[in-house]
Design a protein around this ligand. Structure first.
Ligand SMILES: [Mn+2]
Length: 250
């Protein structure tokens, strides 16, 4: 919620710090009960934001009203998006699907996108955002591309396991100033074709799109890896959250 008390509230030279409220998508169970993963909460609070875990809302009016109150949106990791949303049948290699979560997040995306406020997608969240913008996914990366990279790493989730190349002239390159970042990786799906307007921002060495963004004024960035688990160990991943939270506070 942006308090309407003017620019002074966000003027750090006066020791005042803005804490943007960021809507965080949860996992949804069969009862429509929701849970959030603490690592996202921690990354957001570490970088100055206040996470608001989204409940399952079946009222579109409530969802729109909530979007008006929040300063930004994080679409979090989780199970596979139903392939019907990109015009495919479910292949045997597709993983678990959560239709309630698909419904909630696709509704949220539409309402959030309409506000023009910053959007960050992580792992499933990257895939969800891509599909919401008309893109498609690999239903099962290991069986659909030729790769030697273990995108479902066996290392602990806080450990980086493969490199990505950061593409020149992208926001991630401007932000980090480096051409290569080591990232963690626990996904068996990935973006196959990019949604409307999305541009690649980082690629794995096998060509998998590991990050993408919308050029222009709007802040919409998605990451296939989990920067929220690397904020303490990697300044580049910390910068991803710092930058997003600053955009939400702006
Ligand atoms: Mn990967």
């Amino acid at each position: 919620m942006v308090l309407n008390i003017g620019k002074e509230y966000n003027d750090t030279s006066k020791g005042l710090i803005m804490h943007p409220i960021i809507c965080l998508t949860p996992d949804v169970d069969a009862e429509r009960d929701t849970t959030v993963n603490f690592t996202y909460v921690h990354a957001l609070t570490e970088t100055g934001a206040i996470p608001y875990p989204l409940p399952y809302l079946d009222s579109e009016a409530a969802l729109e009203a909530l979007c008006a109150l929040c300063d930004g949106f994080v679409f979090s990791g989780g199970v596979d998006v139903h392939p019907r949303y990109y015009g495919e049948d479910v292949k045997p290699t597709c993983g678990n699907i959560n239709e309630a979560r698909d419904t909630l997040e696709l509704r949220l995306f539409a309402a959030a996108y309409a506000t023009g406020k910053p959007i960050l997608g992580i792992c499933r969240g990257a895939q969800l955002v891509n599909v919401a913008l008309g893109g498609t996914l690999h239903q099962d990366l290991p069986s659909e591309i030729d790769t030697t990279i273990a995108h479902r790493q066996t290392e602990p989730k806080f450990a980086a396991s493969h490199h990505v190349s950061v593409l020149a002239d992208t926001p991630l390159h401007v932000l980090t100033g480096v051409d290569r970042i080591r990232v963690n990786s626990f996904h068996h799906q990935a973006i196959r074709t990019l949604g409307r307007g999305l541009c690649p921002m980082a690629l794995a060495d096998d060509g998998v799109i590991e990050a993408a963004y919308l050029p222009g004024e709007r802040y919409l960035r998605v990451y296939q890896w989990h920067p929220e688990r690397l904020v303490a160990s990697c300044p580049h991943n910390r910068a991803i959250f710092d930058d997003f939270v600053a955009a939400c506070a702006g």
